[in-house]
Design a protein around this ligand. Sequence first.
Ligand code: NDP
Ligand code: MG
Length: 418
Amino acid sequence: MSEIKNVVRRLCILGATGSIGLSTLDVVRRHPERFDVVSLSAHSSVDTLLAQCIEFLPETVVMVSKPHAKELKQLLLDKDLGHINVLSGAEALEVISQDKSIDTVMAAIVGASGLMPTLAAVNAGKRVLLANKEALVTSGAIFIEAVKASGAQLIPIDSEHNAIFQCLPIEAQNTPGYCNLSENGISKILLTGSGGPFRTFSVEDLESVTVEQACAHPNWDMGQKISVDSATMMNKGLEFIEAKWLFNVEPEDIQVVLHPQSTIHSMVQYKDGSVIAQMGNPDMRTPIAHALSFPERIDSGVEPLDFFNTPSFEFQAVDYVKYPNLKLAIEACKNGQGACTALNAANEIAVDAFLNKKIKFTDIYKINETSVNKFVSEDVTSIDDVMNLDNRVREFTRNLLTQYDTQDISDNMNRDNH
Ligand code: NDP
Ligand code: MG
């Protein structure tokens, strides 16, 4: 144990300017003696990345957007930080995530854009802290095979999967993706979800909900895409697929349980009737701190649960009429990789259209369903297949959007709501 304590982890944070990236740096800030921030990435958030450069003095940063990278470079020169190397373009993400001088990668880019740099980190045998669930959804077995082949250490960040990880025996923790849970005495994974901001809405009410309502999660403060996914419960669907791959279980071994308070982050049911749960206040700094320091524990800045002021725990079954996207994702999980890759790509396009007020909230499901049905039987056995299918689904889904009333619907929705 004393050996572990002296390790200074050399970090690459992909998606440093997002919700998970900011929480990661908040934990890192509390433990300067334990972590060296070597590289950071963003897509186009110049001001946030500049502030992070000033505070954490990384060696290299990637700004994917070239014009924004140019702007950042100039601002760094103005601050006498011209020695920080600024790279641009999506390929540069892979350069920093597999760089020899780092040992740990926080994979916190949103969407399928996170797949290639995360996979590069895996192939380089890094310790990979996986927030980017879309990587596993789009490439499942291919990703896990890469983990197995390289010996990379995979630690889940998604609060549910991190909770499940914490409830598993050590042997299973050391082999995520290829552990045998049944041999370890486990009979079921209980994946909890709050039901999002529309849990108490009627199905009819969902027709006219706004972007602002969808992004206002009752318990968690997150990026926009995952907030909309939480409102449709597609997030739980993506997490269902993520759990299948991370814990090497069949869809029948995973049960979704609605738990509106988000205090229990998920549970593991053992054959002898024991159910082990992980609890805490809903703050991503807890799973992030756990993964950053595993197997040690460090302060995350999160207040401990106050049981005397915690609302009572409720549990409910899922209403799939209200949350058809969750059902679609569970079916995709059963149908195979083609369906999952297609589901993720279609959903990214549909959620983006909703966020830009081009379609209604309830259209997200219609678009996802049509796209998944079209591509359900596609064979996906390599990363090239994944990228190829991802591109074709995006094109198909964009065309599909033109059949919807894609003029700005915000006026209509505003009228509906008054
Ligand atoms: P955000 O939208 O807050 O942040 C996304 C990050 O990725 C930003 O740094 C953004 O840069 C960068 N980015 C966006 N698009 C691209 C692109 N095309 N190429 C490279 N970088 C890009 O997302 P979250 O932090 O909420 O989520 C990140 C991941 O973690 C997602 O996969 C999500 O599902 C998962 N997750 C998030 C949780 C949360 O609480 N937020 C909980 C569990 C999982 P820029 O700022 O410049 O746009
Ligand atoms: Mg989650």
